[in-house]
Design a protein around this ligand. Sequence first.
Ligand code: GLU
Length: 402
Amino acid sequence: MYHCVQELDLNESTYEYLKEPFRFIEVSFPLKTDSGEVKFLKGYRSQHNNALGPYKGGIRFHPEVTVEETKALSMWMTLKCALVGVPFGGGKGGVVCDPRSMSMREKERVSREYIRSMGNFLGPQIDIPAPDVYTDAQVMAWMADEYSNIKQQPAFGVVTGKPLPVGGCIGREEATSRGCVYAVKEAANILNIPLDGARVVIQGAGNVGIHAARLLDYAGAKIIAISDSRGGVINQEGLDVNQVYHHKKKTGALKGFEGGDAVEAWEIFDLDCEIMIPAAMEKQITEKNAGSIKAKIIAEGANGPTTPEADKILKDRGVLVIPDILANAGGVTVSYFEWVQNNYGFQWNQGKVNQQLEQKITDAFRMAYDFIQNRTEIDMRTGAYMYAIRRLAEAMEYRGWL
Ligand code: GLU
């Protein structure tokens, strides 16, 4: 990031503003398990920068959540919101727990406890959480309800990604994937790759991966492989994505899916394909596997899936990497639409959501791409960072921070 500030010839303090979150909150709260045991869980919220508006970003429930990861993810949110031009700053939260081994009731208690201990730092004009890894619309509904209880009034705008009856936005669930597909379309156009028949490999069968598979399948592409944390499934003729979706929904895993060959999760990275979508966790494409990736386009559905070393290798090999802050910005963009609708008490239709989302993502794509024209030394990630940082610096300058 420092080199972006230098390249842009910005005030050096811009970097100081971005390198650390403004505020980091750590709480510890009890979870009474179904068996009556009391366990203490750690909860975090990182409020990185609010130059452009209230802090915004998801809350993940995952056993590997750490302070450092939460801070880094909140910084990416600041850049992401600036890049797509939504009036939010960056935030991120997490609870160290494993929801895969928790009952619905336990998950509800964790969601409510998180808001009870963190509620004072959140608010529709302060900091607005949303779903992330292993959290979903139901978790958001519990959080909105708990917050409304504390405030003694319905205050659903405190979180986004809610179910429709409690102020959710049509299309929010698949928004991250839809945005990713719009970005892939732009990239495919530039590289003259027809989407019709293009072979796609997807890592991750959570919300982002599974909907990306469905939308790309719908657009005519061929999903030849998909994986989750336990393994992958390959079918060179193209997977029946709807069947994959229902199998995953029913069993909670891809394992046992009969419409393709079962492989180890890492094996999908070596496959011949045009498009690859890492939509799982951080640091999945490293210097170890970057050299054998055959995709022409990588669209980062996850946050931070590519290490800096891998980035270099991919750039040298001419792979177009659509960075996370662009490729997965569809989620926060539709979160913004949801927040707007909550603020003025109105519901948009699907057509309006999709059209506005497409506009935001394609505009951001072109801005980042324009930045790298005639500058072979920088990649799309750097272009996206530079555009976002310039926008942030402008806001900070006007606000008198610089
Ligand atoms: N968790 C998503 C992200 O990383 C969505 C955040 C939001 O909607 O606020 O972009």
